[in-house]
Design a protein around this ligand. Structure first.
Ligand SMILES: Cc1ncc(COP(=O)(O)O)c(C=O)c1O
Length: 368
């Protein structure tokens, strides 16, 4: 039998005709760079996220880079972020010449701990980059209070969190700017790379738009150095179709998470994910902790063809490009423990109960 980690073919089966005609429409129009499809998607995405503006860019990584710059962050500035995230969060900070300063996470939600953020604020700190890991928003009230107190910008790494909410406010509308990824495996995935910046600030919007076209606001006149980083019209057309389904897909993920929670309740050595009362988790990942026997669970999954992944096995502070910072094992204990224990299970919207039964049976055989 077996269960895949993700089944994009099942999604294509559901909406393939609509996607095909949207893509053909772009091919026929010949408008491949920006143009009406991108403008329409930007309008729809801003409306969806509850922000005044959104700006389509080439990837989530570029959305982080451009939004940091558009927030006025640059060389030598410190940005506080989590070491328990995809590498791109810290990489984006470093690639603009700023310095990522790591703050450990909370053990229950895996998100950055505001108490640890406060300890890391210095005279050089200019921003905070919370990452809404696995699709659940970080502690925004506490983060915002620190940002207000120290006059810091908040750039949300919302790459895994489209549709996620903190006290009814959507990810991407919680800080000064939000960055999203449309990598195909995301809850809203394109047919290739793509990204988006959201903001309520007109200046951040205008600067982001400029930075995505080589720093130019008028063709062939350049005010600043920028990038070639536009969301492709083909991707925008695909995303415009898929955005209509996003809420129902997120709801299905939540139903699946509730079913897993039920099946795994009381299973010794397994901790299911926590959704705090003030949040709406969109379960980009359904990530459990397995105490002690994670390697055995992984081996059993491999043997039974159960798709799974570890996000992320090596925290950022222990990655080679950050060796210069001199962190060793034990520097961020909550993060390191999480990296040793987490494993993500299949959670995609089309997953069936019998498939989830199969996944949990394999876990129970190992840990039971
Ligand atoms: C938390 C996080 N940040 C940044 C990124 C980068 O996005 P992209 O792959 O679209 O560049 C991703 C996605 O892969 C992500 O999960």
């Amino acid at each position: 039998m077996g269960v895949p980690l993700l089944d994009l073919a099942a999604q294509y089966k559901e909406i393939g005709d609509e996607l095909n005609s949207a893509v053909l429409g772009i091919l026929e129009s010949g408008m491949f760079i920006l143009g009406p499809a991108v403008a329409e998607f930007e309008k729809n995405a801003a409306e969806y996220c509850g922000t005044k503006y959104s700006i389509g860019v080439a990837s989530g990584t570029d959305a982080l880079v451009i939004s940091l710059l558009a927030c006025g962050i640059g060389k030598g500035d410190e940005v506080i972020t989590t070491p328990f995230t995809f590498f791109a969060s810290a990489e984006a900070i470093s690639n603009i010449g700023a310095i990522p300063v790591f703050a450990d996470i909370k053990p229950d939600t895996f998100n950055i701990d505001p108490v640890e953020i406060e300890k890391k604020v210095t005279s050089k700190t200019r921003g905070i980059m919370p990452v809404h890991l696995y699709g659940q928003c970080a502690d925004n009230d506490a983060i915002k209070a620190i940002a207000d107190k120290h006059n810091l910008m908040i750039v949300e790494d919302a790459c895994q969190a489209i549709g996620s909410k903190y006290r009814r406010v959507k990810a991407g509308a919680l800080g000064n700017a939000g960055a999203f990824s449309f990598f195909p495996t995301k809850n809203l995935g394109g047919a290739g790379d793509g990204g988006l910046i959201t903001t309520n600030d007109e200046k951040i919007c205008e600067l982001s738009k400029k930075l995505r076209v080589h720093g130019s606001s008028k063709r062939y006149y350049h005010d600043t150095l920028g990038y070639n980083s536009r969301l492709d019209a083909l991707q925008a057309a695909v995303l415009n179709v898929k955005l209509k389904y996003l809420d129902s897909w997120n709801e299905n993920r939540r139903k699946n998470a509730a079913y897993y929670n039920q099946l795994l309740a009381g299973v010794e050595g397994v901790e299911t994910p926590i959704e705090t009362a003030d949040r709406y988790h969109i379960y980009h990942q359904y990530t459990i902790r397995v105490k002690g026997k994670r390697n055995d669970v992984q081996a059993a999954f491999a043997e039974n063809k159960i798709g799974h992944s570890i996000y992320y096995p090596l925290p950022i502070h222990l990655q080679t490009p950050y060796a210069y910072m001199g962190f060793g094992k034990g520097s961020f204990p909550v993060t390191e423990k999480a990296a040793d224990e987490v494993i993500s299970l299949p959670i995609y919207p089309e997953l069936t109960e019998s498939q989830m039964d199969e996944v949990v049976e394999v876990i129970k055989k190992v840990v039971g």
